[in-house]
Design a binder for this molecule. Structure first.
Ligand code: ADP
Ligand code: MG
Length: 243
């Protein structure tokens, strides 16, 4: 398998707090990796570091063989290559759904408005919200907004998609519609890093689970193995609480 995201001996501190401790892992092209672990273990920080929303103190992160750029147009392109979906949707509230999905395409990918509109409508259709294109985000349900957020990232033709607890802010009845979109993406071969406690998603879509605790990767296994036969005390403890 071809390495796509290579995280090599990465450390990060927030002041005294050592939040990423010598993290090393490789995400291969087409692979779906679920990151799971207690609150405060560094999962979001790891995702944000991969997207360079956070800097790191030491170690390296490369995407498709290239180190993360520090700033400017190259950084904007990196963020397009590494799509990110947050717990809190983060749509532009004063723009329509269609504008949300075209903005990055025209600004960063330099597509014409017509091309961007066409691509946006295809992707909105794929995530099941094409009929909402001219509405404002606040007029959509949480599940619909999150699917738009996924569409916005996908419209940039990312090499990898990062999801940071994408269903945690959703009412239960909306979780499935978002997970279904994600399972579809996984089936289509998208490379994905997904922070989630949704075991069903992990079992259906992931090749690998990374269990993080206290800033370290404590355990790495297939979903089947991890959920039925965790090895570390930390993982056993954690699973007894969430499952
Ligand atoms: P997780 O996503 O696993 O819950 P985070 O990566 O959000 O964990 O946070 C890891 C640790 O870093 C936590 O103890 C959190 O309080 C701390 N932290 C996160 N962001 C910041 C920040 N901007 N400044 C200081 N501490 C932070
Ligand atoms: Mg988090």
């Amino acid at each position: 398998m071809e390495p796509l995201v290579v995280v090599d001996h990465v450390n990060k501190h927030y002041g005294e707090l050592h939040v990423l401790k010598d993290i090393t892992t490789t995400i291969h092209r087409g692979e779906v990796v679920v990151v799971i672990g207690p609150s405060g273990s560094g999962k979001s920080t790891l995702c944000r570091a991969i997207n360079r929303l956070e800097t790191i103190d030491s170690g390296t992160i490369t995407i498709d063989g290239k180190p993360l750029p520090a700033e400017g147009a190259e950084l904007a392109r990196l963020r397009a290559d590494v799509g990110m979906v947050f717990q809190s949707f983060n749509l532009f509230s004063h723009k329509t759904i269609l504008q949300n999905v075209t903005l990055g395409q025209t600004n960063v990918r330099k597509r014409s408005k017509a091309d961007a509109d066409k691509r946006a409508m295809e992707i909105l259709d794929r995530v099941g919200v094409a009929n909402q294109a001219n509405k404002m985000p606040s007029q959509l349900s949480g599940g619909q907004q999150q699917r738009v957020a996924i569409a916005r990232a996908l419209a940039m033709d990312p090499k990898v998609m990062l999801f940071d607890e994408p269903t945690s802010a959703l009412d239960p009845e909306m979780i499935t519609e978002v997970l279904d979109v994600m399972v579809g993406l996984a089936k289509d071969g998208m490379t994905m890093v997904v922070v989630t406690h949704e075991m069903g998603f992990a079992r259906k879509a992931a090749q690998r689970v990374l269990f993080m605790a206290d800033g370290s990767i404590v355990e790495e296994a297939t979903p089947e193995k991890f959920f039925t036969d965790p090895q570390s005390t930390r993982a056993k403890d954690f699973l007894s609480k969430v499952l």
